[in-house]
Design a protein around this ligand. Structure first.
Ligand SMILES: [Zn+2]
Length: 161
């Protein structure tokens, strides 16, 4: 996975770059990051955002922080999401838009990645999905989105590695 510093300008997929878009949560295996135990409110909000895939890519990224890649499918309260194949957008009150990989839910819930305060604040305060105004913002910016796939169930391991 491509690593970007938190709050640097988003340029990853130029078609999806809009003025004021900042990177959040683009973690890689060798990079240090701040950790904190997430609140349930934070996880709940992230999950709702991750249900909406923005800038879907063809490939799927594994988590480089896990010793075994296991993050394709995340589960929360009986729901499943396929993570690592798209991005989310979070709108702040101000001019900033935050762009994070959907793997951010896994990074926060499993690896206790501590996202920047301004991102968390926007996440918890601004209306996100499924609020209509959220989709209107995506549309106004010309950002394509689709519902995140629930995935194909748990990954099976074949044989002994
Ligand atoms: Zn991981």
């Amino acid at each position: 996975m491509t690593v970007f510093q938190d709050l640097s300008d988003y340029r990853y997929i130029s078609d999806n770059a809009r003025p004021g878009t900042k990177n959040v949560g683009w973690l890689g295996g060798g990079e240090e990051f701040e950790r904190a135990t997430p609140t349930d409110a934070l996880l709940r909000a992230l999950w709702e955002y991750c249900k909406v895939s923005v800038a879907q890519t063809r490939g799927i990224h594994d988590c480089e922080l896990c010793s075994e890649p296991s993050s394709y499918n995340a589960e929360r309260e009986g729901e499943r999401l396929l993570l690592g194949a798209a991005e989310i957008r979070v709108f702040s009150d101000g001019p900033s838009i935050f762009a994070a990989p959907t793997l951010i839910y896994h990074y926060v819930s499993v690896h206790h990645y501590r996202a920047p305060d301004q991102f968390i604040e926007a996440l918890l305060v601004a209306p996100g999905p499924p609020a209509r105004v959220y989709f209107e913002k995506l549309e106004a910016l010309g950002l394509k989105w689709n519902a995140t796939s629930p995935g194909a169930g748990p990954r099976f391991k074949f044989g002994g590695r």
